[in-house]
Design a binder for this molecule. Sequence first.
Ligand SMILES: CC(C)(COP(=O)(O)OP(=O)(O)OC[C@H]1O[C@@H](n2cnc3c(N)ncnc32)[C@H](O)[C@@H]1OP(=O)(O)O)[C@@H](O)C(=O)NCCC(=O)NCCS
Length: 189
Amino acid sequence: MRFPGHDPHHREDIVIGPLDLPSRVDEALAVQAVAFGLGADEIAVRRQIVLRHMTYPGARALGATTPDGRLVGFVYGMPNDRTHWWSTIVEPYLRAQGLDDWLDNSFVITELHVHPRYQNRGIGRALITAITDTADEPRSILSAIDTDSPARGLYHSLGYVDLARQVLFPSAPKPYAVMGAPLPLRRRG
Ligand SMILES: CC(C)(COP(=O)(O)OP(=O)(O)OC[C@H]1O[C@@H](n2cnc3c(N)ncnc32)[C@H](O)[C@@H]1OP(=O)(O)O)[C@@H](O)C(=O)NCCC(=O)NCCS
């Protein structure tokens, strides 16, 4: 999949494809640090978490790379497992809405980030659509900071709906929304 750059003076083809995340974790976290805002201490913590996540059954990643091989975006996820930390945090919020069956037979999007210089070109949409297209599960879930962000706008346009709001993760300063969508994700138009 190729995405011509929008800048006519600097056209560049971005390729979406499988990403060996454990071996490129530092590049991925550098993208996440500038896209999402992570400090050095948080990067070190995330590094261990990402490496552990990639050992989970069915965990996989896709990257968006420039012709010269620079990583400018990535997504990763896995089949949800109710024993995973994320799932144990969101479960009571979903159960309170009678929606915790979304935790079964669901592909969870754990991270999605695009470098700010490459945002708004369809790369985020392509990454999340492509990875969920590889899922055997009939639906997908994720969490996003509970605000009107580009991320939430993108997820809504792909068919994700709010399953729970104001979800608090230990140590995260801002509340999150948990969102779910049927697969395959909705296409544009
Ligand atoms: C979320 C993110 C990955 C999207 O990547 P992207 O490549 O810019 O996304 P796309 O170009 O594919 O899609 C942009 C979509 O975002 C939405 N969007 C963009 N700006 C928006 C805004 N200001 N308000 C609401 N929605 C907006 C639109 O739905 C847009 O779709 P469109 O193609 O119909 O215009 C990127 O913004 C990002 O990395 N953000 C910071 C990190 C982050 O928040 N990650 C998600 C954590 S849950």
